[in-house]
Write a protein that binds this ligand. Structure first.
Ligand code: SER
Length: 316
């Protein structure tokens, strides 16, 4: 069977790169990118449609039009933005997932990918080496929607046999597209500001260690999870996924290896409380055992690659 893939929320930070990676594997015409906003990059390389993830009818129409077999649902309102739009954040994050899970229950599509996040943990979760099964008491709109979504994924799998797969992404660092309103976005802004101004004022305080990952690792994790045989997927809520952990002063020290005069200062805002409710490091042995997960990029590799790619982008 030729897989026909639909990506919802394809214009976002992860969606943009995932769409391009999937088009490389499955062929441009077999990967339909959709988003609430136009995206020139995605429309140039394959089919693109404007789609509201909250409309079950609209999703249905696109799925029928392209005879879609798999859906990657990436549309979401992230942690910082959702705190300012409680009702819409909750509705978007939950309704979009319900729409896609229903399509899979009706067997119109046969596989679903949906990302969860470290935001599904909360202030009473242990800070270090967090287990797959642990205390989860998220206190943000985004985190509540992610934990609820995880439970819905497992429910649809256990009750209706839906092949839904999910990862708890850490903060994701990338240069190709802009981050979308998250608490971990500082770790992207800092590279742009380092090159532009040689200095960065961090909205997270010194000592705020969070789990992080470079985009190529996140894309590979997603593709490897989706390609693994179904019987190897033992976790149907969402897999813990780890790579590295660092605080603002660690990323600053890494940048100073390449830009010795770089300076960081701290001016924490409302995002500090969000970061404080999340763990610092993750135990992802489930992903490593079930489908062979292994990260490749450490902090200095990320810094090197980020700085050289942002430099190249600026020259264009
Ligand atoms: N990067 C996300 C955020 O900060 C976490 O999933 O909201």
């Amino acid at each position: 069977m030729t897989e026909k893939i639909l990506i919802i929320g394809a214009g976002g930070q992860i969606g943009t790169e995932l769409t391009l990676a999937l088009r490389d594997i499955y062929g441009d015409t077999n990967v339909v990118a959709t988003d609430i906003r136009e995206s020139a990059v995605l429309a140039e390389s394959g089919p693109f449609e404007i789609l509201d993830a909250m409309s079950a009818d609209a999703i249905h129409r696109v799925v029928s039009k392209y005879k879609i077999t798999q859906v990657y649902l990436l549309a979401a309102m992230l942690s910082a933005t959702a705190e300012k739009n409680i009702e819409l954040g909750w509705r978007l994050n939950m309704k979009s997932l319900a729409n896609v899970l229903e399509l899979a229950r009706e067997k119109i599509i046969h596989k679903v990918y949906w990302p969860s996040s470290i935001a599904a943990f909360g202030p009473n979760t242990p800070k270090e080496g967090v287990d797959q099964y642990t205390i989860m008491d998220p206190n943000t709109v985004y985190g509540i929607s992610k934990l609820s979504g995880e439970l819905w994924c497992r429910y649809y799998h256990d009750r209706f046999g839906v092949d839904v797969r999910s990862l708890r992404y850490p903060g994701i660092i990338s240069w190709k597209s802009q981050p979308g309103g998250g608490t971990t976005d500082y770790a992207i802004h800092i590279y742009h500001e380092a090159l532009e101004n040689g200095a960065y004022e961090s909205f997270l305080d010194k000592g705020t260690r969070l789990p992080m990952m470079y985009m190529p690792d996140a894309i590979r994790a997603t593709l490897e999870l989706m390609e693994a045989p179904s019987d190897q997927i033992t976790i149907r809520s969402s897999y813990n996924l780890g790579a590295i952990s660092f605080a603002p002063e660690d990323i600053a020290a890494s940048i100073q290896k390449f830009i010795p005069n770089f300076e960081i200062s701290y001016n924490p805002d409302f995002r500090q409380a969000i970061a404080d409710s999340w763990p610092s490091s993750i135990d992802d042995s489930g992903a490593r055992e079930d489908w062979g997960w292994n990260h490749q990029f450490d902090l200095d590799d990320i810094t090197d690659d980020m700085l050289s790619n942002i430099r190249k982008m600026k020259r264009k």
